[in-house]
Design a protein around this ligand. Structure first.
Ligand code: HEC
Ligand code: HEC
Ligand code: HEC
Ligand code: HEC
Length: 365
C-alpha cells in the first residue's frame, strides 16, 4: 500500500501544476517579428450568453395602443406601445429590484403616483440608458447597455464613487489624496487613490502629461502631482477592464495615438461618456436621493469605468442584450447579428490594432 503514496503525491503535484495551465491565454503579435510586441488575451475576460439573465418573456410585437393612451402618467416612455412598456417594467424589476418587486418604485395602490423617489430616479435612468446607447454609441457600440450592465440585480450598483473628505481636505502635509495608502482604486499602488473627482466629473484635470519634446518647453507646465494623478487614473482604467497598459498603448510611446490600439480610441470616448453621465444624469439627482444613498459629502454615488466593466474588457464579456430590448436603443437602429462566445474572441483578435490613424483618432493635438 505504502508504495502508492509517492505516486499519489506525484499526481497531486501534477494536478496542481496543470491547474495553473487551465486558464489558457491567447497571444496576438501586434508588431514586427522580434520586436516583442504582443498582446495577451485571457478568454475568461470574454463572456458567454449564459452570463445574461434571461428576458422575463418574449418581446411583444410592435403596434397596438401606446402606453400614453393606456396609462395616466407616462412622461419618458412616450414612444412605446403598451405591451412593450409592460415588458420593460418586468425587465427593470429583474435588473434593479428583483427582491423588492414593482413596489420598489411604485405605490401599489396607484401605479401612476410619483411619491416613491425611486420612480423619479428610474425616469432619469431610462433617459440616461437611451443616451448611453445613442449619443454615446461611439463607446457602447453595437453591444449597448441596459440597466443590468450597472445594476446586476441590485438597487445600488456595486461599483460607484463619491467625493471623500480626504480628497477635499488640505492637511499640513498638503493634499495627500489617499497617496501612499494602498487602495484598490489604483491597484494597491502608492499613487493617489482619490482621483475620480478629478477626471470623471466637472472641469477635468489633464491626463496628457508627456512632453512632446526632449527638453522642457515653455508651454509644457505639468507638475509631478499631475503626472501621478494621470498614472493613477490609468491604473483604474486597466483594473476596471482587467487588462494591462498595452491593451491601449504601445509602451514605446504612451502618448502617440498612431501607435495606440483602437481600444484606446474607445477608451477616450469612454472617459467623456462617464463625465457626461455623472454631470447630466446622476449629480442633478442629489435633491431626490435620501442621505443613505449619498456619499459622506452629500453627493450621489457616481459612475466610473468599473461600474459597467467590472473587470472585463467589454462589460458582461461583450454579450449584448440588444435583441431582447431594442426599445432601450434610439428608434430606427436595427440590431444586427452580434458576435458571441468564441466568435467574440476571434472578432477581437481580427480587429486591426492600429485604427487610430489621422481619420479615426479623437480630435487630439
Ligand atoms: C426601477 C423602478 C421601477 C420598477 C421596479 C417598476 N416600475 Fe413601473 N414605472 C417606473 C417608471 C419610471 C414609470 C414612469 C415611466 C414614464 O414616465 O415614462 C413607471 C410607470 C408604470 C406604469 C404606468 C402607470 C401610469 O398610470 O402612469 C405601470 C402600469 C407600471 N409602471 C407597472 C409596473 C409593474 C407592473 C412593475 C413590476 C413588474 C413595475 N412597474 C416596476 C419605474 C418602475
Ligand atoms: C451607467 C450605470 C447605470 C445604468 C445603466 C443604470 N443605472 Fe440606475 N443607478 C446607477 C447609480 C450609480 C446609482 C446610484 C446613485 C445613488 O445611489 O446615489 C443608480 C441608482 C438607481 C436607482 C435608485 C436606487 C435606490 O435604492 O436609491 C434606481 C431606481 C435606478 N438606478 C434605476 C435604473 C433603471 C431602471 C435603469 C435602466 C433604465 C438604470 N438604473 C440604469 C447607475 C446606473
Ligand atoms: C483602456 C485603455 C487604456 C489603458 C488600459 C491605459 N491607458 Fe493610458 N491612456 C488612455 C487614454 C484614452 C489616454 C488619453 C486620455 C485623455 O486624453 O483623456 C491615455 C493617456 C495616458 C498617458 C498620457 C499620455 C500623454 O499624451 O501625455 C500616459 C502616460 C498613460 N496613458 C499611461 C498609461 C499606463 C502607465 C497604463 C497602465 C497602468 C495605461 N496608460 C493604461 C487609455 C488607456
Ligand atoms: C455605461 C457602461 C460603460 C461605462 C461606464 C464604460 N464602458 Fe467601456 N464599454 C462599454 C460597452 C457596452 C462596451 C462594448 C462596446 C462594443 O462592443 O463595441 C465597452 C467597450 C470598451 C472598450 C473596448 C474594448 C474592446 O475590447 O474592444 C474599452 C477600451 C473601454 N470600453 C474602456 C472604458 C473606459 C476606460 C471606461 C471609463 C472611463 C469605460 N469604458 C466606461 C460600456 C461602458
Amino acid at each position: 500500500m505504502s508504495r502508492y503514496i509517492p505516486l499519489v503525491g506525484a499526481c497531486t503535484a501534477l494536478l496542481a501544476l496543470s491547474a495553473c495551465e487551465l486558464g489558457e491565454k491567447i497571444t496576438q503579435q501586434t508588431g514586427y517579428r522580434g520586436a516583442g510586441l504582443a498582446q495577451v488575451y485571457d478568454p475568461d475576460n470574454y463572456g458567454t450568453p449564459e452570463d445574461l439573465p434571461p428576458p422575463p418573456y418574449a418581446l411583444p410585437p410592435e403596434g397596438g395602443p401606446l402606453a400614453t393612451e393606456t396609462y395616466e402618467n407616462v412622461q419618458v416612455l412616450t414612444d412605446m406601445n403598451t405591451e412593450q412598456f409592460n415588458h420593460l417594467m418586468a425587465a427593470i424589476t429583474q435588473w434593479v429590484s428583483p427582491d423588492e418587486g414593482c413596489a420598489y418604485c411604485h405605490n401599489p395602490a396607484d401605479m401612476a403616483d410619483d411619491s416613491v423617489y425611486t420612480k423619479d430616479v428610474a425616469r432619469r435612468m431610462l433617459q440616461m440608458t437611451r443616451a448611453l446607447n445613442g449619443e454615446w454609441a461611439s463607446h457602447t457600440g453595437e453591444t449597448g447597455v441596459t440597466c443590468y450592465t450597472c445594476h446586476r440585480g441590485e438597487p445600488v450598483p456595486a461599483n460607484v464613487w463619491a467625493y471623500t473628505p480626504q480628497g477635499n481636505a488640505m492637511s499640513i502635509r498638503g493634499q495627500r489624496r489617499g497617496q501612499n495608502a494602498p487602495n484598490p482604486n489604483v491597484g494597491y499602488s502608492s499613487l493617489p487613490s482619490d482621483i475620480f473627482a478629478s477626471y470623471f466629473e466637472g472641469d477635468p484635470s489633464v491626463v496628457r502629461v508627456a512632453s512632446s519634446s526632449a527638453y522642457p518647453s515653455a508651454g509644457h507646465r505639468i507638475s509631478t502631482m499631475d503626472a501621478e494623478n494621470s498614472y493613477a487614473v490609468m491604473m483604474h482604467l486597466s483594473q476596471a477592464l482587467g487588462v494591462n497598459c498595452t491593451y491601449c498603448h504601445n509602451s514605446q510611446s504612451f502618448q502617440s495615438w498612431t501607435q495606440s490600439s483602437a481600444q484606446r480610441n474607445t477608451a477616450w470616448y469612454g472617459i467623456r461618456m462617464v463625465r457626461d453621465t455623472n454631470e447630466q444624469y446622476i449629480t442633478p439627482l442629489a435633491p431626490i436621493f435620501p442621505a443613505n444613498r449619498k456619499g459622506p459629502l452629500g453627493d450621489p454615488l457616481k459612475v466610473n469605468c468599473l461600474t459597467c466593466h467590472q473587470g472585463q474588457a467589454k462589460p458582461l464579456g461583450g454579450q449584448s442584450m440588444r435583441q431582447d430590448y431594442p426599445y432601450l436603443h434610439p428608434p430606427g437602429v436595427i440590431p444586427t447579428e452580434l458576435p458571441t462566445g468564441e466568435n467574440l474572441i476571434s472578432e477581437i483578435l481580427e480587429r486591426p490594432r492600429q485604427l487610430t490613424g489621422e481619420s479615426g483618432a479623437p480630435n487630439v493635438p
